[in-house]
Design a protein around this ligand. Structure first.
Ligand code: 5GP
Ligand code: MG
Ligand code: MG
Length: 196
């Protein structure tokens, strides 16, 4: 790792704060907490446990979104995979859980799907990281763990070429970790490969 941005301790303290805020905001609303896979799996499992006291009727589900093709840049062509039953989602207050909002192409595609095809009552987003400098679409998530610098980060669910997801903290990779793939270190060209 070139540097560690947030330790496991930093992450868990911030999630405890987010969880309390979400519990207050969703009291009496029976939220559907919808994780955007794969990157959010670790944040999701810690966040749902931090939503304390747990609002009655809270249920959990997942959707897969792949924002990149095989190339290194977001194509804007976001593919969703889900077995959500539209009739079960209709009328629900959905809380999306994301690992990172970068260009915002992924999250806005998921939101459009929920609003236009599933008839949800409301949608908000809890993202662990917000890399707002790289926005292509203007979008402001309601719950943000940390503002992320314009670097390609890994760990705590976030991958590089499917590796590093299991690391319990978040950091920036050393350039030699991806040199063998012929990818340059600049964030805009840093090989966000086929991510979900
Ligand atoms: P978007 O550009 O659509 O907002 O973000 C799409 C996805 O790209 C994110 O959900 C995340 O999985 C991935 N992504 C964006 N920035 C980074 C980063 O710095 N590191 C990693 N590992 N993935 C990222
Ligand atoms: Mg993601
Ligand atoms: Mg990825």
């Amino acid at each position: 790792m070139k540097c560690i941005l947030w330790t496991a301790g930093d992450i868990s303290s911030r999630i405890a704060e987010l969880g309390r805020q979400i519990a207050t905001d969703y009291e009496g609303k029976a939220p559907l907490v919808l994780g955007v896979l794969k990157g959010s799996f670790m944040f999701y499992s810690d966040l749902v446990r931090a939503i304390e006291p747990c609002p009655r009727g809270l249920t959990m589900d997942f959707i897969r979104a792949s924002s990149y093709g095989s190339g290194t840049e977001s194509t804007g062509d976001v593919k969703l995979k889900t077995d959500l039953k539209k009739e079960k989602v209709a009328g629900r207050h959905v809380l999306l859980v994301e690992d990172i909002v970068d260009t915002a192409l992924t999250i806005t595609t998921v939101i459009r799907y929920l609003e236009e095809e599933c008839d949800v009552a409301s949608v908000r987003t809890a993202t662990l990281l917000d890399k707002h400098e790289r926005r292509v679409l203007s979008y402001k998530p309601e719950y943000v763990g940390f503002t992320c610098p314009n670097e390609f980060v890994v760990g705590y669910g976030l991958d590089f070429d499917e590796e590093y997801r299991s690391i319990p903290y978040i950091g920036v990779l050393k350039p030699e970790c991806y040199a063998h793939l012929g990818i340059k270190p600049e964030p805009a060209e840093s090989g966000e490969s086929g991510d979900e």
